[in-house]
Write a protein that binds this ligand. Structure first.
Ligand code: LLP
Length: 423
């Protein structure tokens, strides 16, 4: 965790200079809390690692798309990597211009492609021949030339902690199979409304080991050579995101220096500029989820800690059996081995199983760690639970950046009295 993001001062956990207990009292729980300086530090760490080559960090905003976080990254000079029309809308609201945007994703709709063309995004990452043809047709209708990159599937084996976050292996839905790149490159010459500006890849998420990148980069360079031989004037290569952060004690940390060295060498060899799409690395360790213990319970020989946060607020444990550290806000004597569970009516609604924890009682506040990425963005309203608030801390100040949803918000788009239509 970046130094100083969540320090313990006189026994009380803080976010930078603000006691988390103060935030919980002011805003309520559950509530995500982010450290602005931690996000800045992570961004700068990457920017420095790549300072010697032309590059741009396009934050993968699926990891955290709150407007204030996006605005903070915009101020630092980041661009964004988007995967939907909704993300394009958010990016625009946060101040990003079209040139700041690369558009990824395996199933872009015509409406989304039109919006991206209107916004003059810098790059549309193409994932299939059919998508290429669609982009060409929509660009033609608008009388524009769409700048595209081909996302190739480098077909390398990736060791991610969960199968759901692998993407760069053979047989996945992502990217263009290596064998098809040459044919699709030739096809682009027949489509005057698309210009091939780059080649890209994304190997997967939560990758701590540099080997997959070491294996994939030559394949990307080879595809770049093939495209150049076809006469395409490339400008950039995109290596995607995927840098790992540690969640559990003993988890390996991505070796940023080694990763950067490999990528910088490839960028220099290519003579292109570099696009990076990190999400998790920038924000994961910069956020915690604050929750209050509602009850302690003992059943069938087991101890349970029931919290007011649930799987709808943070999906990762239920969806990926992901580990998140859980610590009390105030130092607590004694320990207990317990399941930490939420109020949702599903046995998958747990944050930890048989975890040794401080012996916290009802009313205690807990911080669920490393939840700045894929936390709030994956939250839902399941069980008609309102999504939590989000708070940004900057040194000794804090601000609510997303209000807690209200019950009215839950039914805002619904109609109980129907206006029937007939065919
Ligand atoms: N670029 C592309 C094309 C991606 O698909 C992704 C993530 C990224 C960049 C950013 O990857 P990152 O640097 O954050 O690893 N919900 C899962 C993670 C899914 C990642 C999907 N793609 C989780 O909570 O672990």
């Amino acid at each position: 965790m970046p130094v100083g993001a969540f320090p313990r001062v006189d026994g009380a956990l803080h976010a930078e200079g603000v006691p988390l207990g103060v935030i919980a009292a002011a805003v309520g729980t559950p509530c995500y809390v982010y450290s602005a300086n931690s996000i800045r530090a992570r961004y700068q760490q990457l920017a420095q690692a790549f300072a010697s080559v032309p590059h741009r960090i396009h934050f993968a905003m699926k990891a955290n798309s709150s407007l204030a976080i996006l605005r903070l990254l915009h101020e630092l000079g980041a661009g964004v990597d988007i995967v939907s029309g909704g993300e394009l809308y958010r990016a625009h609201e946060a101040g990003f211009a079209g040139v700041d945007v690369v558009f990824s994703g395996v199933g872009k709709t015509a409406r989304e492609i039109d919006a991206a063309l209107d916004a003059r995004v810098q790059l549309i990452n193409i994932e299939s021949e059919a998508e290429l043809v669609t982009v060409a047709a929509l660009a033609r209708r608008r009388g524009v030339v769409a700048p595209v990159a081909l996302r190739i599937n480098p077909e390398v084996t990736v060791d991610t902690p969960h199968a759901y976050i692998k993407t760069g292996e053979k047989g996945q839905k992502f990217g263009i199979p290596r064998d098809d790149v040459e044919r699709i490159g030739a096809l682009i010459h027949e489509l005057p409304n698309v210009a091939l500006r780059g080649l890209g890849m994304h190997l997967g998420s939560q990758i701590a080991n540099a080997d997959p990148m070491r294996e994939a980069l030559p394949r990307l360079l080879q595809a770049i050579a093939v495209m150049r031989a076809q006469g395409h004037e490339l400008q950039c290569m995109d290596v995607g995101g995927g840098l790992a952060v540690p969640y559990a004690p003993g988890d390996p940390e991505a070796d940023v220096d080694e990763y950067a060295r490999l990528v910088r060498d490839a960028v220099s060899a290519s003579g292109l500029s570099l696009v990076l799409e990190p999400g998790r690395f920038i924000v994961a360790e910069s956020g915690v989820l604050l929750t209050e213990v509602l009850y302690r319970k003992h059943a069938a020989g087991k101890d349970f800690v029931v919290t007011d946060a649930a799987m709808n607020d943070l999906m990762r444990p239920a969806l990926y059996q992901a580990y998140h550290g859980i610590v009390p806000i105030n130092i607590t004597e004694g320990t207990v081995i317990a399941d930490v569970v939420g109020p949702v009516c599903e046995s998958g609604d747990f944050y930890a199983k048989q975890r040794e924890l401080p012996d916290v009682q009802a009313g205690a506040l807990l911080a669920v760690l490393t939840t700045g990425a894929y936390g709030y963005t994956m939250a839902s309203n399941y069980n008609s639970r309102t999504r939590p608030a989000e708070v940004l801390v900057d040194a000794d100040r804090f601000a609510v950046i997303t209000e807690r949803e209200r019950y009215e918000d839950l039914v805002r788009l619904e109609r109980a009295h129907l206006q029937w239509r007939t065919a």
